[in-house]
Design a protein around this ligand. Structure first.
Ligand code: GLN
Length: 533
């Protein structure tokens, strides 16, 4: 039977619940358990696909095509385990399902209420992860289902989730634990660390009927035993279950730090599972060692329109993984494509032309792609970035001065990037793009084929527009090759200019598949080229 770990947060948001959930997953996985991590977001959007990145950072896409919260990216990067659409839930999806059931007549005669209908639907969506998919062996069930509840205790919209957890904890007994993450601020003027906000947050949780089993205290200063004992005493939590999460220079240090304090062992003990030996985390520690000892840097410019570090989270992490394995530190500079600062562009060893939607900032991306092409700077275009490389090439090499994407200019005569055929009748915006993993066949002898060292790959997509094949011959005859194509729909998925050092654009998002222990081959090769330059 699967066991359940709920991760909640209090006092303030942005404490890093996602990193803690991913770390718990990582540590239990290292002990040989089968785990999965799920995120509940309390907002009413069906998925974050319709959200501006300024609201919640990047939108992460699962292999089965769900647009999800960026925390799922952390889960996959830490554990290397792919998530599915069941791993990402929102209040919107839950209400939608309940309302659809009601219209179908499933609850005929009853008044539909938050308790029990919404809470039952939440419980069902947590527990459905324990069901082994048809055709899979029974022993492939998850040992642990880790469910992170977005938002902060006390938020009005979190209440139904807490009630669902309260019920599950009551029903499952020792097979469910709650890990609560809080903040212990340091008051400089008083020279003191303050535990009162944590005590209040735990009281809030208790008044919802939930006793936390484990407390993780986020702090900028080391907490001594006196403080931990005080928190344990006030919150009815065992001392060994009060763990501190001090600020660390690197998120990938968190699992090791949690293991040192016995977080995974405390969870197992609470569930009355034999603890056994502490796993060594060999490859993970090797990765950390490389990061700690790297002294030289590689400079990568991210050309995009969102001046916010979370907007391109998976790309920065992928660059960072790759740089680590080349024993470098990556210095990532955001370069605003709305007013491109050429001095910044010139300083970089490599440029990434970032994904995006809409016209804002696209001319700067085109200008950066042109600079990279003309000066032979390693350049990696991703999704909209690839489309901008194509437009730049059409305008400046093929001489099609008005070349554009119909996303930016509906009336262009040279629509080198155009709406995909099956998108033309789409009227609803949400969840209707080309989403999730598709096959891509690599052209023999191409740079892409050499990098992947494979003929058929699968990568994740999130777009409506595509390369217009009517122009393909013109591009290829002037040196920009389609080196990857979808074998079923003939869509161009990769372009490259083989005569340049490294100039590759992908219609897909390779950054969703780079993990700590398996850095992505495209990012690995791109960083290698940037270092060489
Ligand atoms: N806006 C472009 C499209 O829809 C690119 C999307 C993206 O970069 N994810 O095709």
């Amino acid at each position: 039977m699967s066991k359940y770990i709920f991760v909640t947060g209090g006092v303030v948001s942005s404490l890093g619940k996602g990193i803690i959930s991913a770390s718990i997953g990582k540590l239990l996985q290292a002990r040989g358990y089968r785990i999965t991590i799920q995120k509940f977001d309390p907002y009413i959007n069906i998925d974050p696909g319709t959200l501006n990145p300024y609201e919640h950072g990047e939108c992460y896409v699962t292999a089965d095509g769900m647009e999800t919260d960026l925390d799922l990216g952390h889960y996959e990067r830490f554990t290397g385990i792919q998530s599915t659409r069941h791993n990402s839930q929102t209040t919107g999806r839950i209400y939608q399902a309940v309302i659809e059931n009601e219209r179908r007549g499933d609850y005929l005669g009853h008044t539909i209420q938050v308790v029990p209908h919404i809470t039952d639907e939440i419980k069902r969506r947590i527990q459905q992860l324990s069901i082994v998919p048809e055709g899979e062996p029974a022993n492939s069930a998850y040992d642990f289902i880790i469910t992170e509840i977005g938002g902060t205790i006390g938020d009005i919209e979190s209440a139904p989730f807490l009630e669902a957890i309260r019920q599950l904890k009551w029903e499952l007994g020792k097979d469910a634990v709650c890990v609560h993450l809080t903040y212990v601020p340091y008051l400089k003027a008083a020279g003191e660390l303050k535990t009162k906000p944590t005590q209040h947050s735990v009281k809030d949780l208790q008044s919802a009927g939930i006793q936390p089993d484990i407390l993780i205290l986020r702090t900028e200063q080391h907490l001594d035993d006196h403080i931990r004992r005080k928190v344990a005493g006030f919150c009815n939590v065992d001392l060994e279950c009060v763990i501190q999460s001090e600020d660390l220079p690197d998120i990938y240090e968190v699992p090791v730090n949690m293991q040192k304090q016995g977080l995974d062992a405390a969870i197992l003990r609470k569930m009355e599972i034999p603890v056994g030996e502490t796993p060594k985390l060999g490859p993970w520690n090797h990765f950390l060692e490389l990061r700690r000892t790297a002294s030289e840097v590689v400079r990568i410019g991210l050309v995009g329109k969102y001046d916010l570090q979370d907007a391109y989270k998976s790309i920065s992490e992928s660059l960072s993984h790759a740089a680590t394995y080349h024993h470098r530190k990556v210095v990532i500079t955001f370069i605003n494509s709305e007013h491109l600062d050429m001095k910044l562009v010139e300083k970089q060893d490599g440029l990434v032309i970032c994904p995006g939607f809409g016209k804002r900032g696209t001319e700067g991306k085109i200008q950066a792609a042109q600079y990279a092409r003309e000066h032979d700077i390693p350049c990696f275009g991703i999704c909209l970035g690839m489309q901008m490389m194509v437009i730049e090439f059409a305008r400046n090499v093929l001489g099609l001065k008005d070349a554009d994407s119909t996303e930016m200019n509906e009336n262009t005569k040279n629509n080198v990037i155009d709406l995909m055929e099956d998108q033309k009748n789409v009227s609803q915006i949400g969840g209707t793009m080309r989403l999730g993993a598709y096959n891509c066949e690599l052209m023999e002898g191409s740079r892409a084929a050499v990098i992947y060292d494979e003929q058929l790959i699968r990568e994740r997509h999130r777009h409506r527009y595509e390369f217009n094949n009517a122009y393909l011959d013109q591009f290829e005859s002037k040196g920009m090759k389609a080196s990857g194509k979808n074998p079923d729909a003939d869509l161009v998925e990769i372009v490259e200019i083989p005569t340049l050092r490294w100039y590759i654009g992908t219609q897909f998002h390779p950054e969703y598949q780079s993990t700590v222990l398996q850095p992505h081959p495209l990012f690995m090769d791109f960083i290698k080229a940037a270092i060489k330059k």
